[in-house]
Design a protein around this ligand. Structure first.
Ligand code: M6R
Length: 611
């Protein structure tokens, strides 16, 4: 949510910041802006995508060796030029960008209004900036000290980055609850919300922690805590290639990421799964095996697509490990007064590792003594660092706002964790264990096979692009896939879609069914197959338009469905990794047919760092 880029050093700051903002646009894209500092401080901002900012700056003076840039996902105040960041302080001396929410901004604003301040925007950011300036004035102190004092009063989450006209050789940044990475170059420094704008210039990075302040000059980095004590920066090497964050010939990141799944699932299994020897190697599980095998209960916390992966995991863990599992929306869990016992294990699932609701839910569970196992994609992210143990999904950067490859990688990791625990607990017999390992090993190839249907799905999708609604139904392991299919469709094409357990439909949603409603069944061959065939009959009897995801050798459903999409057969426990693929493509092609911006759907952001 909101992307931040900053630079100080010998290069021209503007083109570098602009490129970085384009890479971070997945985090928010309703307005953007830059502040550039030489002898003077110039602030340019524009409603709309970064390309619109770029266009508006043609012919403007953009020469500078220090600058900050921002792409916004609106929280306080509608998307507009005046609410775009950077904001300028009342005196015009300071400029600031911000990612996060200042919860007590109204109180701070009232205090400032009483002192005679007025505001150009509706944002909490402008309030915080003027609060900093006011502190500086009253205390006659430097910007660094004023920021420190201000942040001690601030309630909420933030990354802030400031420029001071009187100190063109310095950028000041601080973090709490939102991500911030510093890139260390030779005689230059970079700052960004994630490593993608930095990777081209340096692989040496420092992840700033909560309550830390960074003072950056071209050739110096000082990290301090809010108590003004210096902290030694922990420099890490980025394990990320530029190619991974580019489109590589695909029209959209979403399509590229859907097509990457054979490799990403393979990468996720690589070095962990030895199907022949019957071994799964996962240090995060092995080092904590006593805790995991003795868990009285598992609570899975996540949001969105990651929550759907959690639902699949519930079925898998209960089946294989015989451990009761609860799957919780992080956003509900964090505000409840949940009962957490000593023997509970929390599994936190997140692609970005920065989802604010999941972070706070983890913190809450940790406070009550729970053991946290993170299943995270972004290496070094906040959730990865907050967890006691974890397993990365190794899906590579996911840039399309709609999550695709992260989901299948999460399922692969969660399945391996469950298999390892089940083996330790002896809740799985050897034949089934070896069978599941062997099947898991084939999933990347079967995913490749499933993708071959892309062209036929494209044709099929065009027939549903003008529909206003869709109902997705599935049973067992495929029930969460129905939810995920519906989520993909609504995110990408803005068609209203509902996911339901197929058998639950008769308790209400069946009232929606008529000859106009597409009902998408996720009905691969499994132990529920006969039952779902009956559900299909129930829809047909009411003239609903049946579309089905089925196994390649299914001879029954093709005779009943208006349209169908096939995937290779596998064990039902692993089926979601395949059955979701046609639904991702279906949503993608409908979005394209409708002319939607599939990589940047309206109102969404990739990384939801506000509550
Ligand atoms: O980064 P996370 O996995 O924590 O993100 C959770 C959700 O915000 C995310 O899955 C969201 O629902 C996606 N847009 C789904 O496509």
């Amino acid at each position: 949510m909101c992307g931040i880029v900053a630079y100080i050093g010998p290069r021209e700051a503007y083109p570098l910041i602009l490129k970085g903002l384009k890479r971070l646009e997945y985090r928010g894209y309703d307005s953007s802006g830059v502040a550039l500092l030489n002898d003077d401080l110039r602030v340019y901002k524009k409603k709309g995508k970064v390309a619109e900012l770029e266009e508006s700056l043609v012919g403007q003076d953009v020469h500078a060796h220090a600058g900050i840039g921002h792409t916004r996902w609106a929280t306080h105040g509608e998307p507009s030029d005046r609410n775009a960041h950077p904001h300028s302080s009342a005196s015009g001396r300071l400029a600031m960008i911000h990612n996060g929410i200042i919860e007590n901004y109204a109180q701070l604003k009232n205090e400032l209004i009483k002192k005679g301040y007025s505001f150009q925007s509706d944002t909490d950011t402008e309030v915080l900036l003027n609060f900093v300036e006011d502190i500086q004035k009253n205390n006659n102190c430097g910007l660094e000290e004023a920021v420190r004092i201000a942040l001690r009063r601030v309630v909420g989450a933030y990354v802030i980055v400031l420029l001071d006209k009187d100190h063109p050789d310095t950028i000041i940044a601080a973090r709490k609850g939102s991500p911030l990475v510093i890139g260390i170059g030779k005689g230059e420094h970079f700052l960004a919300s994630d490593a993608s704008p930095i990777i081209e210039y340096t692989k040496e990075v420092v992840y700033v922690n909560d309550y830390e302040l960074a003072i950056l000059k071209a050739d110096e980095l000082i990290l301090k805590n809010l108590g003004n004590e210096k902290i030694t920066p922990f420099i890490q090497k980025l394990d990320l290639e530029l190619a991974a964050i580019e489109k590589g010939g695909f029209e959209h990141f979403m399509l590229k990421e859907i097509f990457e799944q054979p490799e990403t699932i393979f990468d996720c299994l690589r070095g962990r799964l030895d199907a022949e020897k019957g071994i799964i190697t996962m240090a995060g599980v092995e080092n904590n095996i006593e805790k995991l095998r003795n868990a009285d209960r598992m609570i899975i916390i996540a949001c969105g697509t990651s929550w759907h992966a959690g639902l699949v995991a519930e079925y898998i863990f209960e089946e294989l490990c015989r451990i009761p599992v609860e799957v919780e929306y992080a956003s509900e869990f964090r505000y409840r007064n949940p009962v957490i016992h000593n023997g509970d294990v929390i599994i936190a699932i997140s692609q970005s590792g920065e989802t604010a609701d999941t972070i706070v839910a983890i913190e809450k569970a940790k406070e009550q003594g729970a053991f946290i196992m993170g299943v995270v994609n972004v290496v070094g992210s906040s959730i990865a660092r907050l967890s006691h143990a974890g397993a990365y999904t190794h899906a590579g950067p996911e840039i399309g706002v709609a999550s695709t490859k992260a989901f299948t990688a999460q399922l692969a990791v969660l399945t391996m964790i469950a298999l390892k625990i089940a083996k330790e607990k002896d809740t799985i017999d050897q034949t089934r264990y070896m069978h599941l390992l062997a099947e898991l090993h084939t999933i990347p190839e079967k995913a490749r096979e499933a993708l071959k249907a892309a062209d036929s799905i494209k044709k099929l999708a065009s027939r549903y692009a003008n529909d206003a609604n869709a109902l997705y139904l599935g049973r067992g392991y495929n029930f969460p896939v129905a939810l995920e299919g519906a989520l993909k469709l609504k995110e990408i094409s803005y068609i209203h879609a509902e996911g339901y357990p197929a058998a639950e439909m008769k308790h209400g949603p069946i009232a929606l069914v008529d000859e106009t409603l597409p009902v998408i069944f996720v009905a691969t061959r499994d132990s529920y197959h006969d039952k779902i065939v009956s559900n299909i009959q129930e829809i047909r009897a009411r003239k609903g338009r049946v579309v089905a995801v089925i196994s390649q050798d299914d001879e029954v459903i093709p005779k009943m469905a208006e349209d169908y999409m096939t995937v290779p057969e596998t064990d039902e426990l692993l089926a979601p990794m395949l059955s979701v693929i046609p639904l991702q493509l279906f949503a993608y092609y409908i979005g394209i047919a409708k002319g939607c911006d599939v990589d940047k759907p309206r109102n969404l952001a990739k990384s939801v760092t506000v509550e």
